[in-house]
Design a binder for this molecule. Structure first.
Ligand code: ADP
Ligand code: ZN
Length: 738
């Protein structure tokens, strides 16, 4: 794509001095463009500038201060330079690294850094109100107006909307008071979050194991050199408290630190703990911030004012002034892989960032990924252990429920054993969690008369019935429709039957057994906002809920002291499927779910319902032999020449025209790398062949570790001309095989 456009003679700027620089813009372009620098402007690499691009004005980054000279007549001129600290050299190198490694256009890697619109413009103050010292007589004020004045008596300036909310009136009341001369208007600027975290006075007494680990972490932070450390500890062992010590050390050194979490783990509970330890909230970075919040954080991070950022994967790309530590909590979590737009793995990129910045990165997990544990086994990472739960809490007992013998009633999914366990927990005033990684009521809806299955019109996927919304939903594209009254195939009336359970159906069953219990569903779609989800988590912590029926988002990192009974409704789910990490993922997830049980004084019990109780995952969970499980997995992967013992690259060809997609995929297949150290599988139809109306073919490259796969893929793709409505996506180190 050429965004640069042709210039006409008239548009050319007269420039006396011949100085040039190259500027990278946040668009899908793979190189920085040359511009002329006006006489009165001094620019250095990493400076933010506004440049003309086509017929737009865009913000970009000075990439090279003195690039190879281009004939001056062809060039446009830099319009302005922003009064903002330049991006560090390390960050520029990082952008280049991310682009090259993930085979993304350079400009798209910059776009991940320049992720906030207008970030470079100084923020506008917001109008706030205080009480005027000698305002008019207050005799005949309405009760509402009096209430506002009373609220503002503390002299804290507040915005009209905030006053209205706190005083329970409309913003017009505030405006009225201002017009009558009771209030003063003042400018309010957002203060940078986490500017002065306190590092002493709040630390907890660490256990012996925590102490040993914390000392090593602190030494590494003090050491000014790159290192990857695996902090490996059972659920509830106090990993968070331990890595807080490393964060504290970074702050002490005047450095910034970032804690990456899978998004949902950004719970109030985590933030409360952070506040307890550091006396203030961290700078937050996740998808549900407002534009203004994003801008405040982005700027404060770039200026070095915010010391600690806690955020989802994209927080890695913030323009840190002086980063000195990265923590990747739950490092095995698939959420670190961004699957859309620029495809990258934030955990792996965090390691690159630390390496470039010469500081340590800490990977934290109770169930490290095979990649990470293998690196620890090979001594490429330092391995720290927290072997037991903090404060003497014991690990939960694991019970395997053989569903072939312990049968639920027809059209029910909870075994008598699990039902009894939930009943016992209820009687003891304790909480239960029923885990099923399936949203909605039933995974499949079919016609009892003719067997017709309801399918998404745009995707190769069944529609999932949701009773809450009274609609059928596609979980891939968001398509939704009401449940039809007649079968579209045989036209029979009300013939649809739900097959299998989703969380809504399990809740229905629980309510049938325990109508008095307070039961809720916790899934990504049960609350519309982040705030709502956080509220539910608080309710659980405050014991306002007895039974939670939840999907994987409840499994991550939460600490519910009163939760003692965990039931995994279908422990076999996730074991099948062609994914090379299916067993590993299943183990991680179930281990994590199990880890929610009995984290405080009372003993936890976990029930795994399975039709296949002898399988490796169930056995490993039951016996607690994690490392044996990992060794077996690792052996199989090595035998199959799969990661981490080889490298994979997925190439996905997608487009609206089935034949055209096939043609491109076949053409790619014909010239694909084939040899002893690198070979290509496919093309084959993707498991979800159609998403949002676009057909998808996949090819998979498998290569020895020493092969430069990016180079091989680059020269391969250059052989083929791709029509404009077909797209070729490259996924380096793929995690998803759908
Ligand atoms: P993990 O992250 O390993 O699952 P957490 O860090 O959540 O474990 O710790 C589990 C519980 O133990 C938390 O409630 C935490 O506040 C508490 N805890 C951990 N370390 C300490 C400590 N040194 N002193 C007091 N409480 C601690
Ligand atoms: Zn769909």
């Amino acid at each position: 794509m050429d965004l640069f456009g042709e210039q006409t003679e008239q548009e050319m700027q007269p420039v006396s001095c011949g100085k040039q620089c190259s500027v990278l813009v946040p668009y899908p372009v793979d190189k920085a463009y040359s511009y002329l620098i006006p006489d009165n402007m001094l620019l250095s690499e990493g400076d933010f500038v506004t440049v003309p691009l086509g017929n737009r004005e865009v913000t970009g980054l000075v990439w090279h201060a003195a690039p190879e000279k281009v004939p001056t007549g062809k060039l446009k001129t830099v319009l302005s330079a922003h009064d903002f600290p330049p991006l560090s050299k390390v960050h520029l190198t990082f952008i280049e690294w991310v682009a090259r490694y993930n085979m993304a256009p350079l400009g798209m890697a910059l776009k991940m850094v320049l992720s906030v619109r207008d970030a470079l413009e100084p923020p506008n103050p917001v109008a706030a109100y205080t009480v005027k010292e000698c305002g008019p007589d207050r005799d005949k004020l309405s009760p509402q107006r009096s209430k506002v004045l009373k609220l503002l008596a503390d002299n804290v300036p507040r915005r009209a909307a905030e006053i209205a909310r706190l005083a329970g009136c409309s913003a017009a009341v505030v405006k009225g008071l201002y017009d009558k001369g009771f209030l003063d208007k003042v400018d309010l600027y957002q203060t940078p979050p986490c500017a002065a975290p306190s590092i002493e006075g709040h630390e907890l007494d660490l256990s012996v194991h925590q102490n040993i680990a914390a000392e090593t972490l602190k030494k590494s932070v003090a050491g000014d050199c790159y290192k990857t450390i695996l902090l490996d500890g059972v659920t509830g062992s106090g990993k968070t408290e331990t890595y807080f010590e490393a964060v504290s050390e970074a702050i002490k050194k005047g450095k910034q630190a970032v804690i990456l979490l899978p998004e949902i783990a950004l719970s109030n509970a985590f933030l409360d703990r952070f506040k307890e330890r550091f006396g203030c909230a961290p700078a937050l970075w996740h998808s549900s911030l407002t534009k203004e919040q994003r801008r405040t954080v982005w700027r404060a991070v770039a200026k070095g004012e915010s010391k600690v950022v806690v955020g989802a994967r994209s927080a890695l790309f913030l323009p840190y002034a002086d980063l000195g530590l990265i923590i990747v909590d739950e490092e095995h979590d698939p959420a670190y892989k961004q699957e859309e737009g620029t495809i990258y793995n934030a955990r792996d990129m965090a390691i690159v960032r630390a390496h470039l910045g010469k500081f340590p990165v800490v990977l934290v997990s109770a169930t490290p990924s095979l990649e990470t544990i293998d690196n620890a086994w090979q001594n490429r990472y330092e391995h720290l252990h927290l072997p037991s739960r903090f404060g003497g809490a014991s690990l939960p007992d694991i019970h395997v429920v053989d569903m072939r013998k312990d049968k639920p009633p027809r059209q029910h999914f909870i075994s008598p054993t699990l039902k009894d366990a939930v009943e016992a927990a209820l009687a003891a005033g304790e909480q239960s969690l029923l885990f099923l990684n399936r949203r909605g009521y039933a995974p499949l809806t079919l016609c009892r008369t003719c067997g017709h299955r309801l399918e998404c019109p745009r995707c190769t996927a069944w529609l999932i019935e949701h009773r809450q919304t009274e609609r059928l939903h596609c979980h891939h594209c968001g398509y939704a429709m009401p449940l039809p009254e007649k079968c579209p195939s045989c036209e029979d009336d009300e013939s649809f039957a739900a097959c299998g359970p989703g969380v809504e159906r399990i809740k229905e069953e629980i309510e049938e057994y325990f109508p008095e219990a307070r039961t809720i569903i916790f899934a990504s779609d049960t609350a519309s906002t982040h705030e709502e989800l956080k509220q539910i988590l608080d309710d659980i912590r405050e014991k306002k809920i007895d039974i939670i029926v939840g999907t994987q988002i409840i499994a991550k990192g939460h600490h519910f002291p009163n939760l003692t009974c965990v039931g995994v409704v279908d422990a076999d789910l996730g074991l099948s499927g062609g994914d090379l990490r299916a067993t590993e993922r299943c183990y991680q997830l179930l281990h994590q779910v199990a880890g929610r049980a009995g984290r405080a004084a009372q003993k936890g019990h976990v029930y795994l319902q399975s039709f296949n109780p002898d399988n490796r995952v169930i056995q490993a969970l039951a016996s607690g032999e994690r490392d044996m499980f990992l060794e077996a997995e690792s052996f199989e992967r090595e035998q199959a020449h799969m990661p981490p013992y080889s490298r994979l690259v997925a190439v996905i060809v997608a487009g609206p025209d089935e034949d055209q997609v096939m043609d491109v995929a076949r053409a790619l297949g014909r010239v694909a790398p084939q040899g002893e150290k690198i070979h290509t599988l496919g093309p084959a139809q993707a498991a979800i062949y159609r998403i949002r109306g676009r057909f998808r073919q996949r090819l998979l490259i498998q290569a020895d570790k020493e092969i430069n796969v990016q180079k091989a893929v680059q020269s391969w793709l250059e052989c083929i001309k791709v029509p404009s409505n077909v797209r070729v996506y490259i996924d380096i180190d793929p995690q998803s095989f759908l």
